[in-house]
Design a protein around this ligand. Structure first.
Ligand code: FMN
Length: 273
């Protein structure tokens, strides 16, 4: 393959935009990707490198409009209904365990490793899929909103133990001019030889660089405020945490100290029982 120039590569990645509004048919229904395009983005997903050869992920391709509508509601991301293609990208250690069982081997116990490499493999496959779609002229959107309705998604998609949704991923032809969104300055992200904490001033400067990502209409952006809504005490991530822990337990992927708390005696001993 002819090598691309650095300028080509920069231009390709600078063309990336998260896009949430997609072209649809006149009646508002999704315009599916041509079969050849769908095939090649799925091929790209499966060409992702993978830990220990295992491919610890599965993609749930959302095709039934009713399933799409329910995932859109559970994730609170309506554009799942209008995207050309939509997927739920999952960590999946079930298939590997089954390969072992089918070959007469007893699977080991490694729930923390399952989450570590399962999420890694899922992200690599999903990133390949999105990048391939962008090469074809589409744009897309990762949807961490799966954490807003995780238990319901596990039920709806009938995800067995060992399978954990990481995020949804939509692909389509843009119907909005999404802005170029900034990134944290490189010295705070790329460390040389050892980790280096940025100074308070570095972090204030980074916040100024990032502020436009939080702008809405005429409202100027305040990135720290946006981060606060997600990550500060009382923010959205704290609300998601117990649901994620519950689903990790449900899917047999919880490796925390409190695993024993799932034992019948401890569950029964909880206040309110
Ligand atoms: C793991 C992950 C989860 C995300 N979750 C959502 C989401 O639930 N809803 C949404 O509209 N955008 C979501 N996004 C898109 C981000 O908001 C977007 O990537 C970020 O603002 C940077 O913008 P850019 O991709 O256009 O550069 C998510 C992105 C990632 C990587």
């Amino acid at each position: 393959m002819t090598p691309r120039t650095p300028n080509d590569v920069r231009a390709f990645y600078d063309a990336h935009r998260t896009v949430r509004q997609y072209q649809t048919a006149e009646n508002g229904e999704p315009l599916p990707l041509p079969a050849e395009h769908l095939d090649v983005i799925l091929h790209a997903a499966q060409r992702a490198p993978t830990d220990a050869t295992a491919q610890l992920y599965s993609l749930i391709h959302l095709r039934d409009p009713q399933v799409r509508a329910q995932v859109a509601a559970l994730t609170t991301n309506a554009h799942i209904t209008t995207a050309s293609e939509a997927f739920v990208v999952c960590a999946d250690v079930r298939r590997t365990r089954r390969v072992l069982e089918v070959s007469g081997r007893a699977p080991g116990h490694w729930p923390a490793v399952a989450v570590h490499f399962g999420i890694g493999d899922a992200v690599m496959a999903g990133t390949n899929l999105l990048t391939a779609a962008e090469m074809l002229g589409y744009q897309g959107c990762w949807i961490g909103g799966v954490l807003n309705g995780l238990d319901g998604i596990v039920d709806l998609l009938r995800l067995p133990p060992g399978v954990l949704p990481f995020a949804a991923l939509t692909i389509g032809i843009p119907a909005e001019a999404a802005p170029y969104r900034p990134r944290v300055p490189r010295p705070l992200v790329v460390h040389t030889d050892a980790y280096r904490d940025g100074s308070d001033e570095d972090l204030r400067e980074a916040t100024t660089v990032m502020n436009p990502i939080a702008a809405r209409g005429d409202q100027p952006g305040d990135w720290a405020r946006l981060l606060g809504a997600y990550f500060a005490a009382g923010g959205g991530m704290e609300k998601r945490e117990p649901q994620l822990v519950a689903v990790l337990r449900r899917q047999g992927l919880w490796a925390g100290e409190a695993q024993g708390a799932s034992s019948e005696a401890e569950v029964l001993a909880r206040p309110g029982r």
